[in-house]
Design a protein around this ligand. Structure first.
Ligand code: KIV
Length: 277
């Protein structure tokens, strides 16, 4: 156990009040969880983005509850003390009974502290209420919700018209009233990110939502240089993709030329005497 303070839903409410920015990053397995737990990142999101960046699907809609439970549990094993939000995959919360059972599975089997679901329509609001009623904290997610990719006709910035802008502010308010403890705002104009952040008392976490949200989230592969095609809002903090290819190529060379394994990498090395073969 580390000596870091364990964060809870109330910590994030206090951070908003104090104006302390909240830092969230996605992670999907044990090694990633271990890396995050050695930093001051506040929240891990085991996002269904894993469908695209880990499993190689074209969208997130193929991701299953089994995928989410397995990856959330692996991440938890790597980050035992970090606040983890488990993402609810497509169609896992679209009726109230499924919503409650699947949210509970992410908490009980996956070891998450909270769950996230996309959208602010009346049925999503009902799902949030039902999950919160089971004592499970819920993070809402509005704007460019990736599970809506087919309805949106692509990954397009949302909330640009006056009506769409006002609708998203209304959805944020309804999600707060339904009991959500946090909102992810994705792919919206900066002004709307600022207005939603002012309109609700729960923290907002932006991804492509400008500079005025209460915190930020980035996808692991985007921010660490493992995705060659990143969106405008991404800042790349490392080049792990290129470093990995470079390291693998050096390994190939070493094996081919016989310099790996060297004597230091061998058990009971055979002593080669001068003059002998
Ligand atoms: O699945 C995910 O990683 C997400 C983030 C993009 C917010 O929902």
């Amino acid at each position: 156990m580390s000596d870091k303070e364990k964060l809870t839903v109330t910590s994030f409410a206090k951070m908003k009040q104090a104006g302390t920015k909240i830092v969230m990053v996605t992670a999907y397995d044990y090694a990633m969880g271990r890396a995050v737990s050695q930093t001051d990142v506040d929240i891990i999101l085991v996002g269904d983005s894993l469908g695209m960046v880990v499993l190689g699907y074209e969208t997130t809609v193929q991701v299953t509850m089994a995928d989410m439970i397995s990856h959330t549990a692996a991440t938890r094993r790597g980050a035992p003390d970090t606040f983890i939000i488990g993402d609810m995959p497509f169609m896992s919360y679209h009726d109230v009974t499924s919503a409650k059972l699947n949210a509970a599975a992410l908490i009980v089997e996956g070891g998450a502290n909270a769950v996230k679901l996309e959208g602010g329509s009346p049925s999503r609001i009902e799902a949030v209420k039902a999950i919160v009623d089971c004592e499970i904290p819920v993070c809402g997610h509005i704007g460019l919700t990736p599970q809506s990719v087919h309805r949106f006709g692509g990954y397009k910035v949302q909330g640009k018209s006056v009506k769409a802008h006002d609708d998203l502010i209304q959805q944020a308010r309804l999600l707060e009233e339904a009991g959500a403890f946090m909102l992810v705002l994705e792919g919206i104009p900066e002004l709307l990110g600022k207005e939603i952040t002012k309109a609700v008392s729960i923290p907002t976490i932006g991804i492509g939502a400008g500079r005025h949200t209460d915190g930020q989230v980035l996808v692991w592969h985007d921010m660490l240089g493992m995705n060659p095609n990143v969106a405008k809002f991404v800042k790349v903090y490392g080049e792990l993709g290129a470093q990995t290819v470079h390291a693998l190529s050096e390994y190939v060379n070493d094996v081919r030329e016989g310099s790996f394994p060297a004597e230091t990498q061998v058990y009971y090395p055979i002593k080669i005497r001068e003059g002998s073969e």
